[in-house]
Design a protein around this ligand. Structure first.
Ligand SMILES: [Ca+2]
Ligand SMILES: [Ca+2]
Ligand SMILES: [Ca+2]
Ligand SMILES: [Ca+2]
Length: 352
């Protein structure tokens, strides 16, 4: 994750050519002269030919190659190397996949196609949009250009969606521009068990955050089911006090900060006629149901009974270290002290 922090400070703008030459892409390495016009890296080819049309009309001579080396630094699609295998060089061999992954994570075409890039490629390349239909839900009421429900982000007013048992909400997450997160307030006077049922058109990053705006905060888990993998249903314990469920775009490796621009016009900042269309690699819509379960209903079947007791006894002892990140491993720890022991049985029997 450290590489991203380093990368975040290197900002560059990729200028996309306004007109597209007929020969982009064509055969031939953009960085080497060849007889035929055009070259094999679509974005680079367009940039060079926009500046020097002869490169696409006549021949890709030394001047075109020099210009490519100069103008296309950081463009590495396509390049050698499988998109779904890590390699030391930037870019990969399938243009569409390379372009998609690099749009989400610029590191992949800038520094190296590492394991994170390869995993991202396996997850998103070749997967189309998976639109969801949501009926009967309350809209979060957050226009993409406003941050009404974004927790305690710096520079935005604090905002969270107040959660009630049985609530069904819908909304949109945008990842382009200032990153959008949806914050659900789970604040409660005592530890309790909840179920979230989630559908989303984007790869889901879900976190449980303990603590208030003053901190200290503690992100307990992060789960990223694959894109278009269907409905996610998760039972989990929410601690006593202030805590929040955070929904954003990302996967187990990282948050995604690009690829979902707003799909509505900002009245205060309308686009210019020549502006590119919004970048929508996935759909931005989500739907979330929140239900309250009995605290002893470990298997979430609606009753507290012998099966729940059996799960608790099977999990007896100290929680595994992964429990700090995956709340499902804490299901039987009803009092939240990190150990599954007699007091948890007492709580379970109390809610029998
Ligand atoms: Ca939103
Ligand atoms: Ca939000
Ligand atoms: Ca049960
Ligand atoms: Ca316990």
């Amino acid at each position: 994750m450290n590489r991203r922090a380093t990368f975040a400070s290197c900002v560059w703008v990729l200028a996309m050519g306004a007109s597209v030459a007929a020969q982009c892409p064509s055969e031939g390495d953009c960085r080497k002269p060849h007889a035929a016009p055009g070259c094999d890296m679509p974005d680079c080819c367009r940039i060079v030919c926009d500046a020097n049309p002869l490169c696409c009309e006549l021949t890709w001579d030394q001047a075109c190659a020099d210009q490519a080396i100069d103008a296309c630094e950081g463009i590495a699609c396509p390049e050698t190397g499988s998109c779904i295998e890590a390699h030391a060089t930037p870019g990969c061999s399938e243009y569409q996949c390379c372009d998609l992954v690099s749009t989400i994570d610029g590191w992949c075409s800038y520094a190296s196609w590492d394991e994170i890039c390869a995993r991202l490629a396996s997850e998103v390349c070749g997967t189309g949009a998976c639109p969801i239909e949501v009926t009967g839900a309350i809209d979060e009421g957050e226009p993409c250009y406003d941050r009404l429900n974004d927790g305690w982000g710096i520079g935005y007013p604090s905002g969270r969606i107040a959660v009630s048992c049985g609530m069904h909400m819908k909304g949109r997450v945008v990842a382009g521009g200032p990153r959008d997160l949806e914050w659900f307030a789970l604040d409660a006077p005592s530890r309790r068990r909840l179920r979230v049922t989630l559908d989303a058109e984007f790869p889901v990053e879900l976190q449980y955050l303990r603590g208030d705006s003053e901190g200290p905060n503690d992100v307990k888990w992060l789960i990223g089911p694959a894109l278009c993998s269907g409905t996610l249903m998760l039972n989990f314990m929410a601690d006593q006090g202030v805590s929040s469920l955070l929904l954003g775009v990302g996967n187990g490796d990282a948050s995604m900060r690009n690829g979902l621009d707003c799909d509505e016009i900002d009245p205060d900042n309308p686009p210019l006629p020549d502006d590119p269309p919004p970048l929508m690699l996935f759909g931005p819509h989500w739907s979330a149901r929140l239900e309250c379960l009995a605290i002893g209903d470990i298997d979430g079947n609606g009753v507290v009974g012998p099966q729940d007791l059996a799960i608790l006894l099977n999990a007896w002892g100290t929680l595994p270290p992964e429990g700090a990140f995956d709340p499902r491993l804490q299901d039987a720890d009803l009092d939240g002290n990190g150990v599954i022991s007699a007091p948890d049985i007492a709580i379970l029997l109390d809610s029998w």
